[in-house]
Each structure stands twice: as structure tokens, then as C-alpha cells.
Design a protein around this ligand. Structure first.
Ligand code: AMP
Length: 266
């Protein structure tokens, strides 16, 4: 299983990726985590990425493509992977296509988490304020101004990927504002083709579909989609019966490596 999770910062990609790993026996490849690790250890990539990330901008395509190419060639990714936070631009998506083709590999799906940007922003700002009040360490890009910048980068540079993958008939969309377990179940159904058909859209329509950030009613104020706390993430590991049934796949253990590099993600 090779999967891309698309969605803006805070949409719950990391949370959903964690829940899908055991189900499919694959690893999570988060470019944000890889870049943060590079920054922490002060590698040349880290030195290049540090200030860009702190500003909420995107790291250059060639830098990110190189780390992903290296990562998917590693043995623990042989069984499959979930890409979380990559690709983030059309050139990155094209590079991924070339990378996969060169290795005789194919994507099984691209899942877009549709969210309401205003609710998302409010939710993340609250979470940042609470973490600050508790005196917890924050990421350098954990502040409302940078978050707005990151959402803008998403709208301008990443949202067009929905059109890119819709034209390739690889895009599935799920409501990312639903409760966490329901989102997981919807992703599993989308991947097994039970519910959501692969979409092919005209470029104009797909473009509109790509701009999904503000299309939803504010129905989910009591729902949690993204950014699970450690505790809720641990709790989230107990799969719901519905989600498990929806997957109809044998579970397999995810290699330990996929999780070891994981840091807190929104
Ligand atoms: P994330 O944890 O995925 O939200 O990523 C945190 C930051 O890392 C982003 O705001 C970017 O600065 C950088 N980053 C992560 N993935 C990519 C990517 N695929 N392309 C460019 N920059 C990225």
C-alpha cells in the first residue's frame, strides 16, 4: 500500500497516518518530521531548512525530493508507506511520479482530508495557547502568525495537487472534520473502493475541489480531527469495530522504525 495524505496543517494527517500504519503494515514518511530531525542534528539539509520552516514557508523542492527519494529506498519502506506532508507542490508530485516509475512502483491512492480553514485555525490557536499556558515546549512554527503563513502556502502551492491527482483518477476525498475514528473508517472505505469512487474532474472543477478549505459548514466545533494529543493518539490505537470492518484487511505489524523518528505533529 502506497498512499498520500493531503490536507492543510492541522487537518489530522499525522493522526490518521498513525492509525493506518498498523492496519496496512506500512511506514509513515513525514517530511516535516524528517526535516525537524535534520534541523535538530544540524545536518546541511537542516541548516538550509531551519529558517524557512520557522517562517512557515516551504523548503525547496529539490531538498525535499532528495530526502524522500533516499527514504523510500530504505528496506522498511519496501512493504509500502504513507506520505504525510509530501508532495506539497506540483513539481514534487511530478518528481514522486518519476521516482515511483523508476522503481516500478505505483500509488494506491491519494486521500484528501477536507477541512474548514476557520475552524482549523481556531482549534490550533487554542491548542497553542493551552500548551503555552502549561509551559510546554512549542515548535518554532507553533504560533498563529506562522500558522496563517503555512495555511497560505497550502492554499497556493499544495491545494492544486487535488486537481493534479483528480486528473490522474487517484484522488479520494473524505470529510476531515468528522471525529477521528470516523475519518479513519472513511479513509479505509475510500481505499477499498466501497464508498467513494475515484474522482475524475475537469481541471476547473478539480481546481474548485482543491480549494476545499472553506467549503464546509461549521458543524464540527465539538469534533476533533487533527492534532491528537499523545494520550488521545494512544487511545486512538484501539481500532473501532466499524473501522476494522471497513478495512477488511489483515493487520500487520509496522516496522519499529516508522515510529521511532516520529515527533509531535499537529
Ligand atoms: P509539517 O510538519 O508537515 O507541517 O511540515 C513542517 C514544515 O516543514 C513545513 O511548514 C515546511 O516548512 C517544511 N516541509 C515539510 N514537508 C515539506 C515539503 N514536502 N515541501 C516543502 N517543505 C516541507
Amino acid at each position: 500500500m502506497r498512499l498520500i495524505l493531503l490536507g492543510p496543517p492541522g487537518a489530522g494527517k499525522g493522526t490518521q497516518a498513525q492509525r493506518l500504519l498498523d492496519r496496512y503494515g506500512i511506514v509513515q514518511l513525514s517530511t516535516g518530521d524528517m526535516l525537524r530531525a535534520a534541523v535538530a542534528t544540524g545536518t546541511p539539509v537542516g541548516l538550509k531548512a531551519k529558517d524557512i520552516m520557522a517562517r512557515g514557508e516551504l523548503v525547496p523542492d529539490d531538498v525535499v525530493v532528495a530526502i524522500v527519494a533516499d527514504r523510500i529506498a530504505q528496506p522498511d519502506a519496501k512493504n509500502g508507506f504513507i506520505l504525510d506532508g509530501f508532495p506539497r507542490t506540483v513539481p514534487q508530485a511530478q518528481a514522486l511520479d518519476r521516482m515511483l516509475a523508476a522503481n516500478g512502483l505505483k500509488l494506491d491512492g491519494v486521500v484528501e482530508l477536507r477541512v474548514d480553514e476557520n475552524i482549523l485555525l481556531e482549534r490550533i490557536e487554542n491548542r497553542i495557547a493551552q500548551a503555552q499556558a502549561r509551559g510546554e515546549p512549542l515548535r518554532p512554527d507553533d504560533n498563529p502568525a506562522v500558522l496563517r503563513k503555512r495555511l497560505q502556502a497550502y492554499r497556493e502551492q499544495t491545494a492544486p495537487l487535488a486537481a493534479y491527482y483528480a486528473l490522474k483518477r487517484e484522488l479520494r476525498s473524505v470529510d476531515g472534520m468528522a471525529p477521528i475514528g470516523e475519518v479513519t473508517a472513511a479513509i479505509a472505505r475510500a481505499l477499498s473502493g466501497d464508498n467513494v469512487k475515484k474522482k475524475k474532474a475537469s481541471p476547473a472543477k478539480a481546481e474548485r475541489n482543491g480549494n476545499v478549505l472553506s467549503g464546509h459548514a461549521a458543524k464540527a466545533s465539538s469534533h476533533r480531527a487533527g492534532g491528537a494529543s499523545k494520550a488521545s493518539r494512544a487511545k486512538g490505537k484501539a481500532r473501532t469495530g466499524g473501522a476494522a470492518r471497513a478495512a477488511r484487511k489483515p493487520t500487520a505489524r509496522r516496522p519499529a522504525r516508522g515510529k521511532s523518528s516520529r515527533t509531535r505533529k499537529r
